[in-house]
Design a protein around this ligand. Structure first.
Ligand code: UD1
Length: 445
């Protein structure tokens, strides 16, 4: 178990570059299965979710190696189509391998990704998409068996613009002969990045970024090189941290348009925000408190991202006035709220609503991260709080942020990561000190 020790109240200052986007690199890595040659993926972040994806690729028969920020996948020897339950459980987006396995091998055996971090995360739309191309799917005791030797292009109509289902639809369509049209597709920038990748290895995909995507499938896909887009959620998190602690923070390597709803909210809260096409700068005088803003309602892109809801709440917990959050994407995405309340925040949750009555001061506390972005929210709040906080549950944070503590230290934050051995040594030292105390205290009986 590792722990963050965070000293609050230090303004942040400086420039940080964001790492490659988790939500882009995961489908891209799954998509390497489609290639008939080596694929080099640059700007590949070091995240435990990425490790889990590489582990699945290796299990399936790919040769995988990492050279710094570059990961090279050679999928020519792919020989398996099953992903064991423990590998499925290691990462929630493991279901994204369904489409590429069907397209490449005509079959896939998976289990449900499992868990319930944000409430139920069904995969009915993923299954509907591959069925629309002719795949047969049977479900038995949590195991999914899919066959689709002769996938054929067709019409996929998503009832919700699900990001994962859109990706699975695009990936399976690459192996389906003829034209596939995906209606009501998700429009997230990561979908555009996936299209860019598929076309870079010889695919014929168009329309990503809009609601209708067309894939000409069945043609060969080759090896190639690709660089993953910058992580807009990491960028949003560093900007929220700057807003919470005050200071002058510049984030580079992110398309400013990808975070415009977040920067608009932070500007409304009183921060000065300026952008170039690939960077965003945020300034807030530490003595000037954040102001409450109009209701923040999460929605599919280009709406306010559900992934930024928690970090923004972490900042606005300390503000003047009341801000209402409406979480429309996931049923259970307020797990950070009880922890913020332990710091002195006034927040009430009623179903999908969270009413944040800003307080003047938050106080450091012992905190536990219950999910990835919730963990980020607690770090954001702790940086703006009075006194020291500790945060455990870092396995969630490590899924999506590369070296979070190092990045924040670059900005001058007082944050340290202590790992298990250090903590054990500390605890042993403390015990030794206590024993010394007992040995030197004169016995009075
Ligand atoms: C992706 C992102 C995640 C982000 C989310 C919403 C990745 C790896 N993860 O997750 O960070 O929070 O988009 O922007 O890219 N749904 C169904 N049936 C399905 C699939 C989804 O009902 O078959 C529902 C979900 O329960 C949820 C909504 O659709 O309410 C959106 O989910 P989806 O867009 O699929 O999210 P993910 O792809 O899982």
């Amino acid at each position: 178990m590792s722990v963050f020790e965070i000293g609050g109240g230090r303004p942040l200052e400086g420039t940080v570059a964001v790492h490659g986007a988790k939500n882009s690199v995961l489908p891209v890595l799954a998509a390497t299965l489609l290639a008939r040659g080596e694929v080099a993926v640059d700007n590949c972040p070091r995240l435990t979710d990425v490790d889990a994806a590489l582990d699945i690729l290796t299990h399936l028969g790919c040769r995988v190696k990492r050279e710094g920020d570059r990961v090279i996948v050679d999928p020519r020897q792919v020989c398996r189509w099953d992903i064991p339950p423990e590998k499925m459980r290691a990462m929630r987006s493991s279901v994204i391998f369904l489409g590429p396995l069907l397209a490449r091998l005509g079959r896939a055996e998976l289990s449900y990704p499992g868990g319930c971090e944000l409430g139920p995360r069904p995969i009915d739309l993923h299954l509907k998409a591959v069925r629309a191309l002719g795949a047969l799917v049977t479900e038995e005791d949590g195991a999914l068996r899919c066959t689709g030797e002769n996938l054929t292009g067709g019409q996929i109509r998503l009832t919700l613009p699900s990001v994962g289902a859109t990706e699975n639809a695009m990936l399976s369509a690459c192996g389906a002969v003829g034209t596939t049209t995906i209606h009501n597709a998700a429009r997230e920038p990561e979908i555009v990045d996936l299209q860019r990748f598929l076309n870079a290895i010889g695919g014929r995909v168009e329309g990503a970024g809009g609601s209708v995507i067309q894939v000409e499938g069945g043609g060969p896909l080759y090896g190639g090189a690709f660089s993953v887009m910058g992580d807009r959620m990491a960028a949003a998190t560093w900007l929220c941290a700057g807003a919470a602690a005050g200071g002058d923070v510049t984030v580079t390597g992110v398309d400013y348009r990808h975070v415009s709803t977040v920067t608009a909210a932070l500007a409304e809260a009183g921060c000065r925000v300026s952008s170039t096409p690939s960077s965003v700068r945020l300034r807030r005088l530490p003595e000037r408190p954040l102001e409450a803003i109009a209701p923040v309602s999460t929605a599919p892109y280009p709406g306010f991202p559900t992934d930024a809801q928690a970090p923004l709440m972490g900042a606005l917990a300390r503000s003047r006035g009341t801000t209402i959050f409406v979480e429309n994407m996931f049923a259970s995405r307020y797990r950070h709220v009880p922890e913020l309340v332990r710091m002195g925040a006034h927040i009430q949750v009623e179903g999908r609503l969270a009413v944040v009555q800003g307080v003047e001061t938050l106080t450091g506390a012992r905190l536990v991260a219950g999910d990835l972005r919730g963990g980020a929210a607690l770090v954001v709040a702790a940086l703006g709080a009075k006194g020291k906080s500790t945060l455990t549950g870092l396995e969630h944070v490590d899924r999506g942020y590369q070296d979070m503590d190092r990045v924040l230290r670059t900005l001058g934050a007082d944050i340290l990561r202590r790992d298990e051995t250090e903590l054990a040594a500390c605890a042993a030292g403390k015990l030794e000190e206590e024993l010394d105390g007992i040995r030197t205290t004169p016995q009075t009986t």
